[in-house]
Design a protein around this ligand. Structure first.
Ligand code: SDX
Length: 364
């Protein structure tokens, strides 16, 4: 048995390839760098959805339909149960998404693609006793999400930075949350059931729940000169350094540099708190050196979550919503994998090795 299904190929896919040794992510034949340079999140969703929905329109029409879906989804917030605001943001959007019909069509897909952005923005404001802001269907997903969350139009640099993030995290092979989506899809359940299963998997600290704790670590360290002793002590306590290591990447996660670039662009326009990037780079350098020393036989490099944390903080998202923001981008991949599994896969039902008590033979 392969603990954690390590190295087990559990599905074949046309959607994305994660080359852990080369440190390369390819989505439908396009490298991440190519997509980050040239594509909107809507373009990438369109790329992922190709051949998976018979009525898929062109990219521009899909972007417009996504804007309309945001408006439609906003109606679910009309009678929001105040008790939802006492839940974690992930639990709150999970409860709200559960109201979406469990269909397999493009209408359902667009609602699920719109929902995490609309619901996360609303939860941010409602938790602050502010009014939720209705979507503007004419804007891009990134621009509208920032506007709904902050209450003001985002700058061009902020929109570009969030678009880079959403593209960067849109799909990533058979990660735990995408695998969960495919398992549920393989039973014949619909897109909403699969997305809810995926969201549950994403919320774990070993997966999509890591970015918030990265900020907690940076805050605890406080300044560059304390990075090494703090990290040394954490490792001595047997703790994991959030934002480092990966099941597949044995070299640097290519997404770390894509997001570091987006953060630097934001900093260049004066939209990142002074000193934050410098602290992060000092902590990263110290962590990489310590991990190399402590775990010489296990390459542990920076993963997607380290610079995610700084970028989402700079964009004004509360750290307890970082997993929700991750879902805003990854929903595109979950939906595509769910459809691919439904159209081309079989029921997923692996074997298990029984190690329980021997069978008690009844006394005759
Ligand atoms: C994501 O799969 C994906 O594609 C996921 C993702 C996506 O886009 O969907 O890329 C998103 O989930 C990124 C990862 C976010 N999580 C974190 O940053 C949490 C910290 N990272 C680790 O917990 C860990 O690296 C995992 C969970 C990401 C991967 O762990 P593995 O592959 O199961 O490796 P392991 O737990 O077996 O660890 C192997 C060794 C262990 O040492 P020993 O016990 O053998 O001595 O490496 C050590 C671990 O202790 N190790 C770490 C470490 N990660 C692994 N030690 C310190 N800090 C770390 N971060």
């Amino acid at each position: 048995m392969k603990d954690g299904l390590e190295d087990v190929i559990a599905a074949q896919t046309m959607l994305s390839d994660v080359d852990g040794n080369a440190g390369r992510l390819v989505i439908r034949g396009h490298t991440l760098d190519d997509l980050v340079q040239s594509s909107s999140f809507e373009d990438v969703a369109h790329l992922l959805f190709a051949d998976l929905f018979p009525d898929l329109p062109d990219a521009a029409a899909l972007a417009a339909a996504l804007g309309s879906a945001r408006t439609k989804i906003f109606r679910h917030l009309a009678a929001i149960d105040p008790a939802l605001l006492t839940l974690s943001p992930v639990a709150a959007i999970r409860a709200l998404m559960a109201r979406i019909d469990d269909g397999n069509d493009l209408v359902t897909a667009l609602q699920l693609l719109a929902a995490p952005a609309v619901f996360t923005a609303a939860i941010i404001r409602l938790r602050r006793s502010q009014q939720a802001i209705a979507p503007d269907a004419t804007l891009s997903q990134a621009a509208d999400f920032l506007r709904m969350a902050s209450g003001r139009p985002p700058t061009a640099e902020q929109t570009a930075a969030l678009n880079t993030y959403l593209v960067t995290v849109s799909d990533h092979g058979l990660n735990a949350s995408t695998f969960a989506a495919r398992v549920v899809a393989s039973t014949g359940a619909g897109l909403t059931s699969s997305s809810l299963a995926a969201l549950g998997a994403l919320s774990g600290p070993l997966h999509g729940g890591a970015p918030g704790p990265v900020l907690d670590m940076l805050d605890a360290i406080g300044n560059p000169r304390d990075a090494e002793p703090w990290l040394e002590a954490a490792l001595a306590r047997g703790e994991r350094l959030m934002g480092f290591g990966h099941r597949i990447y044995r070299v640097r996660d290519p997404r770390a540099d894509a997001l570091k670039g987006a953060l630097r662009a934001l900093a260049a326009s004066g939209q990142v708190v002074e000193g934050r990037t410098e602290l992060a780079e000092a902590v990263e350098a110290a962590a990489l050196s310590l991990l190399k020393r402590k775990k010489p036989d296990r390459p542990l490099d920076t993963n997607v979550e380290f610079y995610t944390a700084l970028l989402l903080e700079a964009l004004g998202f509360p750290r307890e919503t970082f997993t929700c923001v991750f879902a805003v981008g990854r929903s595109a991949g979950w939906i595509a994998h769910t459809r691919e599994q439904a159209l081309h896969g079989r029921l997923m039902r692996p074997q298990s090795l029984y190690i329980g008590p021997a069978t008690k033979v009844p006394h005759s």
